[in-house]
Ligand binder design. Structure first.
Ligand code: SAH
Length: 251
């Protein structure tokens, strides 16, 4: 069993109050190269997330723990803790911290203790996968672009997260070997949620995914929550979001 942070019922947001990630074998890019204390900057981000309405202490703790600056190119390190998406190569982006926290909170929907197995579609640079690894017993994260799958592997090496499994493949098909999942989260938006995800979701589980409102060719993207209850599926459309498109096949 890997070490995971304990989740205090109330978080102390003072700098250094939340445990920082395990010391890395290589020097910290922020503190070494940019004269910035990443722990303090991160706590400031966490404080802002709390101000935006994120209340789940486990989510705030995970956001305070995972060093986002390690997942972006060195030229963008100074923007790593701003609430903005940033390019990660191959036309893809790392999600805004506010969106990562919001989706993680929706995924947990008040569950106390860690979620069970979670499937993430769209590993990208691996940041959200690292956050999820602090909130779930196992995380399966799948990426269709080999270049990013490998980048995520590289970015995540220093964290040594034994409960995070990086997979290369088409996430539209889900990942049946890890099913059933307590939760499925998509970091790329399509017309609808694939049937495979619904089939691979446990009863009592939840999917959080960006989809186009109004179906095929429809205008704006919004967050869709699907709950699989013993009585059937319950769908809730939430706020507008802006994610890269989900695509079939691998490249
Ligand atoms: N969670 C990521 C966000 C990455 S952006 C992060 O923290 O960085 C979304 C990612 O979804 C892109 O890397 C894109 O290549 C990937 N993607 C799109 N369609 C996919 C599919 N069918 N299967 C797996 N990954 C997919």
């Amino acid at each position: 069993m890997n070490k995971r942070p304990s989740f205090p019922a109330r978080l102390d947001f003072s700098a250094g109050a939340v445990k920082t990630a395990k010391p890395a074998p290589t020097p910290n890019a922020v503190s070494q190269g940019h004269g910035m204390d990443s722990g303090a900057v991160r706590m400031n981000m966490v404080r802002k997330l709390a101000g935006q309405g994120i209340t789940d202490a486990a989510v705030l703790s995970a956001m305070g723990l995972i060093e986002r600056h390690r997942f972006v190119d060195s030229a963008l390190v100074n923007q790593a803790y701003e609430d903005t998406s940033l390019p990660i190569g191959l036309g893809q982006t790392i999600s805004k911290p506010g969106v990562v926290a919001r989706m993680a909170e929706l995924l947990r929907h008040g569950v106390t203790g860690p979620l069970g197995r979670v499937l993430e579609i769209g590993t990208g640079c691996g940041y959200q996968a690292a956050v999820l690894s602090q909130l779930a017993t196992e995380v399966y994260s799948i990426e269709r672009l080999r270049g990013l799958h490998e980048k995520a592997r590289h970015n995540l090496r220093h964290l040594r997260l034994p409960n995070l499994h990086l997979l290369f493949g088409d996430g539209m098909l889900g990942y049946p070997k890890g099913a059933p999942y307590a939760a499925i989260i998509a970091a790329a938006g399509g017309e609808a949620v694939p049937q495979a995800w619904i089939d691979q979701l446990a009863v009592g589980g939840r999917i959080v995914a960006p989809v186009h409102r109004g179906g095929a060719g429809g205008g704006q993207q919004a967050l869709l929550v699907i709950d699989k209850t013993p009585q059937g599926l319950r769908q809730t459309m939430l706020e507008a979001v802006h994610f890269v498109p989900i695509k079939s096949g691998v490249a």
